[in-house]
Design a protein around this ligand. Structure first.
Ligand code: SF4
Length: 226
């Protein structure tokens, strides 16, 4: 088996019969759909309610998220929080998840170094994301980085060329509008360097565009509901 290959056939067989967020969260804790569960401390499933109009999809949990079991609680999460505030998005009303639910990493002494998930991990974990999209059925999905975009849209694309565009929702959430932006950790890597402020502002602008689409979709939904 080549390095990066998942050793298991995917998460499908661990999905519960009833798709509710609590049933999915509880079933995912037992998932052995690829080998990433073995070296992780916790699964990091998601944060947020099924009623959320906006879903943010990241790559995978990091070194801080893994022991805490919550998404976006480390330094990239702090940067995301700042950007959400500037974009006037209430994190409490957003559904936050990742394309891959366990932390892929390797050891370097006592440190655990992040490894990007391979395509095989994105595919193995996809049944969870698909089920979340089905349950939440968000008006807007924001893909944070290339891994998330690949997981949601099912194909590789360039973040630089895709920012600012609207994509059709995936089959499980066909009415959703999908936007693509950078991952907050990519902005974080520029901290203290030239280009940080510009990268942060662009990230906020991308979130604002998604927030406007989400507000428009909510207004349309309310007017249809009378
Ligand atoms: S990364 Fe996804 S598919 Fe792999 S074990 Fe974890 S939950 Fe299952």
């Amino acid at each position: 088996m080549e390095q990066g290959d998942a050793e298991r056939p995917g998460a499908e067989q661990w999905l519960p019969e009833r798709h509710t967020l609590s049933a999915l969260r509880s079933a995912a804790a037992d998932c052995r759909g690829c080998e990433l569960w073995r070296d992780a401390r916790h699964i990091v499933f998601s944060q947020g309610k099924a009623s959320a109009a906006m879903m943010l999809v990241g790559e995978q949990p990091g070194d801080r998220e893994d022991p805490e079991g919550e998404p976006f609680v480390g330094p990239a999460g702090e940067l995301l929080n700042r950007a959400l505030v500037e974009a006037h998005i209430d994190r409490g009303r957003v559904y936050l998840t990742n394309a891959v639910k366990h932390f892929r990493h390797h050891a370097s002494g006592k440190r655990r170094i992040h490894d990007k998930p391979a395509v095989v991990h994105i595919e193995a974990c996809h049944p969870w994301l698909e089920a979340e999209l089905q349950v939440v059925d968000p008006a807007v999905v924001v893909c944070l980085g290339a891994t998330a975009a690949r997981a949601v849209l099912g194909r590789p694309l360039s973040i630089g060329r895709s920012r600012g565009q609207r994509f059709d929702g995936p089959p499980t959430s066909p009415d959703a509008e999908v936007f693509v932006t950078t991952h907050p950790s990519a902005v974080l890597r520029l901290r203290g360097k030239d280009g940080f402020e510009e990268a942060f502002d662009s990230f906020v602008q991308d979130l604002q565009v998604a927030a406007q689409a989400s507000a428009g979709a909510s207004a349309a939904h309310e007017s249809r509901s009378g």
